[in-house]
Design a protein around this ligand. Sequence first.
Ligand code: ARG
Length: 288
Amino acid sequence: MRHPFVRALSRVLTRSLVLAATAAVIPLASAVPAAADGVVVGGFPVDVSDGPWTVALSSRDRFGGTRAGQFCGGVAVGRTTVLTAAHCMGADVLGGPPNRARDLKVITGRTDLTSAQGKEIAVRDTWVNPGYDKISNAGDFAVLTLAEALPDRSVIRMAAAGDPAYEPGTSATVYGWGDITGGGDYARGLRGARVHVLSDALCERAYPGSADGTYRADSMLCAGEATGGPDACQGDSGGPLVAQGRLVGLVSWGSGCGRPGSPGVYTRVSDVVRTMGWPTALASTNGG
Ligand code: ARG
C-alpha cells in the first residue's frame, strides 16, 4: 500500500503536469482562479451519442496518453470535415506546424477518454484560417480533413447569418472534455453546459480590449449567464456551441471561466460559413 503522502504528492505532480501542458495548449488561458462557488463549467455529463458531432483532438506524442492525448475539441460539419479553433493548431500548442504533428487524430464516438470506445481517425489535412488574429482572437477557426468518412448522423448543420439561433436569449449548449473547475481538473468524460447567447452590446462591454482579446461582433459571439457559473474552460477550445440543433459557435476564449461579467467567447460559425463560401449542410454536398 502506498503511503497517503506519496499518493497526495503524486496527485500534486500529476496536477502540475496537466497544468504545465495546458499552459502550452491554451495560449489564451488566463491565470484567474475559479469562481467563488467552485462551479466553473457548471456542467453535466453527456453521452457522446447525444452530441455525436463532438470530437476530441488528440496527440499522444505531445500530450501523453492518460486522456488519449486530448488537448482541444472539434465538431464534424461534414463527413470528412471537422472544425476546430485556429489557436489549437498553433505552433505553441503543437510544437510546430500542424502538418508536422504526425500523430494528430480526431476521436469520435468516445464519451470517456480513458475507454477504447469509438474510433480514432487520422487527420489528412489541416487548414488554418489565415485571417486569424492572435491579438483580438478574431477568426479563430481551422478546418481538418479526415482520412476516413464519418457516418451522416455524426455531422451537424451550421447556422448561417440571420439564423434565429443567434438571437440574444437563445438557450445553447457547449460540449467538451476541458477543465471542470478552472483549477486544471480535466474531465475524463464528455460534459455539456447550458448557457444563453448574449447580445453583441453586452459582449462588447465585457471585452472592450484586454490581454485576453477584444470582442468583434462580426466574427465572434458570446454566451454565458449573468451570474457566472456554466461556461466552457481550458481544453474545451474548438468544441461546439449548439442552439436549436444547429452549430452557432466554436469555443475560443474568455477571461477565466464562469466568472460573472466575463462570458465565454466563441467563433461565430456564420462567419466561418461566409469565409469558406460553404453551404450550411456540407454532408449533402461533399458526401464524404
Ligand atoms: N482558450 C481555451 C482553450 O484553448 C478556451 C477558453 C474558453 N474560456 C471560457 N471562459 N469560455 O481551451
